[in-house]
Design a binder for this molecule. Sequence first.
Ligand code: SF4
Length: 400
Amino acid sequence: MEQNQAPRSVSSHIALFGRRNAGKSSLINALTGQNLAIVSDQLGTTTDPVYKSIELFPLGPCVLIDTAGLDDTGTLGELRREKSLEVLSRTDIAVYVADAQTGLDQNEEEFIQHLRQRELPVVLVWNKSDLACLPAPKGAIAVSAQTGQGLEQLVSVLSNAKPQQKAPGLLDGLVSPGDIVLLVTPIDSSAPKGRLILPQQQVLRALLELGAPALVVQPEEIPAALAALAAPPALVITDSQAFARVAELLPSSMPLTSFSILFARAKGDLSELAAGARAIASLKDGDRILIAEACTHHRQEDDIGKVKIPRWLLQKTGKELHFDFTSGLGYTKQLSDYALVVHCGACMINRAEMLNRIEQARVANVPIVNYGVLIAYVTGILDRVLEPIPETQQKEAIHA
Ligand code: SF4
């Protein structure tokens, strides 16, 4: 990632779909002004989805996703089509690129209908409109990636689109300008060398934007930090793995939550994840648990997903549980085999994809929790860390 680039996980994902040779890659090149996607007249040049970051105002940071043609053929073509369709799970805005010379066939009409049924904003682009072409259907934008015709209108439509899954702000309803916030970030053996992890950086950035001063400490520095402040902090946000230690060091009336609770809220459905945590109490001998991570990463000896979560669940329940693991963008299709899904913090995927994963678990009738919410549950402080979050209080009151 370039240093000044927003992380992909917080960018709106704009996916371009269409038949082979409809000009998706040329359109991305024209929009970004760079020859990043390989373009040729040969059918099926794009194989795996290609991602390119772009900033659109007022929409903000976006990634344009170039997908393989939906009419790709043969066994490899089928695999590429599947990969293109997988992109849908993380799409915030769909662009359907049609070749204005041939128009839309029935499969394309059906696919566009499918996009609309998913309640995604869909932009129909009538590409190659500089060539002898069919008239653009109502609502389509006539564009030529070659001459630049219509690009300005397309950029304007995309910039003002309302992504279905626009994430709420990390601190919405929790912190006001001028509030002092204490951030607890242990620098232990699991902390990366020389930097803060992404969720910590993003919370710091959000506080700076809001004008709420932050005091950043390690757990053992909490007493000194509290003593130095004229008034108690409006909120304490801690790394989940230090929950228990931090909770002990703070007065019980002081609002406490964690980076992972904030991200679970911004990324997914916190109430659903909290319900997933409470389902741990009903686990039985022989139950299978799926531990799902959204990216592959270097595992440490006492890895949270592979080692700590299974250990905590075994200790907490005293049951004989079986664990399976998955990582990367693929998400198992056999969710109904499991009594519980435990998902990672999802820092590398966007809200649309995390909500999609939660929805798949809901459809399979399997409770789902994430690491941060699970840690709060097993350390016995789930109620406390949810307390500052207004909407979970409302929902839980309704469910009570
Ligand atoms: S929280 Fe999930 S997405 Fe983020 S680094 Fe860990 S495994 Fe990857």
